[in-house]
Design a protein around this ligand. Structure first.
Ligand SMILES: Nc1ncnc2c1ncn2[C@@H]1O[C@H](COP(=O)(O)OP(=O)(O)OP(=O)(O)O)[C@@H](O)[C@H]1O
Length: 538
């Protein structure tokens, strides 16, 4: 029996008001004895962009994975798609054919293959006994990218693309998949994006949203999982909020406020963390960076006092992002670094030397560079502390567990279990463990690259407090980020870069989110204006 309130491809009248294309109801899901989805009901309307929000570990990805057919929900859970009730667990192939396509956080692209190879990976219809017509496919893909205003060469290998272009490829691939599906042939489909933006700069997020709006216009409905409230306000029609495995609210974006969404996510009224800049920072220089060059960066000089938090930012490609990697010796550069009374030639710097000099570094790519998902929380948390945890009889597992338990408590890691593999924690909770690991080293200099990507609002404020605590103990902190709000909240000073060099330095009352954004875009727009003027005069 078909529910008359649910739009089906057959009964849909294109002129009618939006109705539900997807209905998940009473969804329950357990991992072992732990119930992580508790009676979740969620609807998606035709042609809408729905934001799925919630604190780290609230169950967003688990719900998305039920829809993708990766997770088997408990009996009694129901999923209706285009009016048809589906058998659970869902069959991933069937879901795809019916018109639901997914872009997961890490995009699932093979970097060493071309864009065309990556686009065709999911298209088994193209594999015929006589092979693939590459010429035709390349032309088709080029036209597909052009339809969305993108200039991407299908023959380029993915590892030569900028992060935002990789996100475009993954999203356009999903749209291509939708079009081949039953729903796609009827001019619609459902695109599900699980945190597609944490690696992208503010500027790239805007470009990505333009793409999503275009996709919506083609008749698709979109679910987007994100932690960024500004993103939510700018792009979604409705917002679904999850808390502790339950869907606690469904709001119409135009009728709500930023604060209301934040309070609903956390479950009580929350306020933005503010760094107390009135306190006296230690006088004298703790860290000196001299003539730092490498990648796009040219000759950066900076001094940091003990306990000072300094931000570096700019548009992507402006060179700021290289700073922590060059200082830590993770990338090869030139220049010199003085920490305390020790000076190091950065052309010889290695991560081992950096650690020995009491420098800690939390890189931006959590999965590949910061932690090991298959090892336990405890193994990840104590990785740097092994020499301190060794007793006469070798490594003390009791001491390692105690150290991990205190890290878990200090950073509010959930679930609070030292023995589970790091990879089974939600993204934000993994981040808390890994930042905690570096902070436990009590460094003289802490380097950070996008320290709160994928971290929910509440946990973010906690991380800021922990950073402030480290600063109060005398750690100098250098943070590379394109999250202007974060920089304004935590930094004493921010350098804004353009074309490899700092072009503005903001501090005190002048250090606001808007002032940072203006400084970042000002230079770029000046340049664009000059280029336009030049074009007009030639
Ligand atoms: N494979 C798994 N095994 C055991 N527990 C899991 C597994 N996957 C997820 N969980 C647990 O389920 C809960 C919900 O996790 P989920 O990844 O859905 O959260 P989330 O809302 O997407 O969080 P984030 O915003 O941090 O990505 C968490 O407590 C997590 O530890």
């Amino acid at each position: 029996m078909t529910d008359p309130n649910v739009v089906t491809l057959a009964n849909r009248n294109p002129g009618e008001a939006p109705a539900d294309v997807l209905r998940m109801s009473g969804v329950r899901m357990k991992f072992g004895p732990v119930e992580v989805l508790k009676d979740v009901s969620l609807t998606l309307r035709r042609g809408e962009i729905l934001g799925l929000l919630g604190q780290n570990g609230s169950g967003k990805s688990t719900l998305i994975k039920v829809l993708a057919g990766f997770n088997s929900p408990e009996p009694g859970s129901k999923v209706r798609l285009w009016g048809e009730e589906l058998k659970l667990p869902l069959d991933p192939g069937r879901i795809r054919n019916m018109g639901v396509a997914f872009v997961h956080q890490h995009l699932a692209l093979v970097p060493s293959l071309s864009v065309a190879d990556n686009m065709l990976v999911s298209d088994d219809q193209k594999v015929r006994p006589w092979g693939i017509s590459w010429r035709a496919e390349r032309a088709r893909m080029k036209a597909l990218f052009q339809e969305f205003g993108l200039d991407i060469d299908p023959m380029q290998t993915v590892d030569t693309l900028a992060p935002v272009e990789r996100a475009y490829v993954a999203i356009v691939r999903a749209v291509d998949e939708l079009r081949r599906s039953d729903a796609g042939r009827a001019g619609e489909g459902i695109l599900v994006l699980d945190e597609p933006t944490p690696f992208l700069s503010a500027e790239d997020v805007d470009r990505l949203f333009t793409l999503l709006r275009r996709i919506k216009k083609t008749g698709a409905s979109v679910i987007i999982v994100t932690h960024d409230i500004d993103e939510v306000l700018s792009i979604t029609d409705r917002v679904a909020v999850m808390r502790d495995g339950r869907l606690v609210s469904m709001m119409t974006t135009a009728d709500t406020t930023r604060q209301e969404i934040l309070d609903t996510i956390v479950g009580h009224a929350v306020s933005l963390y503010e760094r107390d800049r009135s306190g006296s920072r230690a006088e004298g220089t703790a860290v000196t960076i001299k003539d730092l060059s490498g990648g796009r960066l040219e000759g950066f000089d900076a001094t940091l006092r003990a306990g000072e938090v300094v931000g570096v930012t700019g548009l992507i490609g402006s060179g700021f992002a290289e700073v922590p990697y060059l200082v830590f010796g993770a990338d090869r550069g030139q220049g010199s670094l003085t920490v305390g009374d020790k000076t190091v030639d950065l052309s010889r710097m290695t991560p081992g030397m950096a650690c020995a000099a009491k420098i800690s570094f939390m890189p931006g790519d959590r999965i590949h560079q910061a932690g090991i998902g298959t090892l336990s929380v405890s193994e990840n948390a104590t990785f740097l502390a092994l020499s301190r945890l060794r007793g006469l009889l070798g490594l003390s597992h009791g001491a390692a567990t105690r150290a991990t338990e205190s890290l878990i408590e200090e950073h509010d890691v959930r679930p609070p279990r030292a023995g589970v593999p790091l990879g089974t924690l939600s993204g934000g909770n993994q981040q808390k463990v890994l930042i905690g690991k570096w902070l436990a080293e009590d460094p003289m200099l802490l380097l950070l690259d996008e320290p709160t990507q994928g971290v929910d609002f509440g946990a973010r404020q906690k991380i800021f407090e922990a950073l402030d605590g480290a600063a109060a103990r005398g750690t100098a902190i250098l943070c590379a980020s394109t999250d202007y709000e974060q920089l304004a909240q935590i930094c004493d000073r921010v350098f804004v870069f353009h074309r490899g060099r700092p072009v503005a330095e903001l501090s005190g009352a002048a250090l606001t989110k808007d002032a940072i954004a203006r400084a970042c875009f000002h230079e770029a727009s000046d340049e664009a204006e000059t280029a336009t003027r030049k074009e007009m005069t030639t």
